[in-house]
Design a protein around this ligand. Structure first.
Ligand code: DC
Length: 221
């Protein structure tokens, strides 16, 4: 099999690390496509709730994930033509996504869909297993993280900024729980692959993180 010439930048990391924002900005700068793989797990959790399927029901979730009509357009997410962008961003769906993502049946059902985002001239993909499973041949692999306290603080400020109620201690507990579930599951756990570059944003701004990724990419191009 010949190597796929379309370059991929894989950005993996824990919840609320800012990897989505960084990945989107890098994609914009390079004129690349963007894949928010976490959104796919969120959509599965959301659709499961709508269809009264428990987040623990691996077989039914796998079948559901295969049947979904998902569309990303201009920053919005559509499921079976309904706009669900805000609905899947809720804290409840953050937890649901982390729960449905432990099942290999769900991961397998989403595998080909994720790979189909690899389109010319290139792709920036963010998630947990972009480097380790979905795009193992990525040209650049970044492991983007920050301390759990800083991540909780950023999420807290984000919610307050939107005029929503937020409880810092609760957010911190939820993040710790999700970190544990995402990194300790047996199917495609969150790991830094040996060939990934570590980008710790605890003391970096979004712009600095974007510059870091662009410089690393330029270095190898
Ligand atoms: O990146 P995010 O917070 O939107 O992801 C939500 C959940 O989805 C996360 O807790 C774990 C799961 N996920 C995953 O298992 N694999 C990915 N590639 C992306 C997300």
């Amino acid at each position: 099999m010949s190597a796929n010439p379309i370059p991929v930048i894989a950005i993996d990391g824990p919840s609320a690390s800012g990897k989505g924002t960084v990945a989107q900005l890098v994609a914009e700068k390079l004129g690349f496509h963007y894949l928010d793989s976490g959104a796919l797990y969120r959509i599965v959790a959301f659709a499961a709730q709508q269809n009264n399927i428990a987040w623990s029901h691996a077989e039914a979730l796998g079948k559901l994930a295969e049947s979904l009509q998902i569309r990303f357009k201009e920053g919005e997410i559509y499921l079976n033509n309904a706009l669900i962008t805000e609905a899947v961003r809720s804290e409840e769906m953050s937890r649901g996504a982390s729960e449905v993502a432990v099942h290999p049946q769900v991961r397998d059902a989403l595998f080909a869909l994720q790979q189909s985002f690899r389109q010319s001239p290139g792709l920036v993909a963010d998630g947990r297993d972009m480097a380790s499973v979905v795009f193992t041949d990525a040209k650049l692999k970044i492991f983007l993280t920050a301390s759990v306290e800083v991540r909780a603080e950023r999420r807290y400020k984000q919610l307050i900024g939107k005029g929503l109620a937020a409880d810092y201690a609760q957010i911190l507990r939820d993040l710790q729980q999700r970190d544990l579930r995402d990194s300790q599951r047996s199917a495609a756990p969150l790991i830094q692959t040996p060939d990934a570059v570590l980008l710790d944003t605890t003391h970096r701004t979004i712009d600095q993180a974007v510059e870091f990724v662009l410089a690393a990419y330029k270095n190898i191009s």
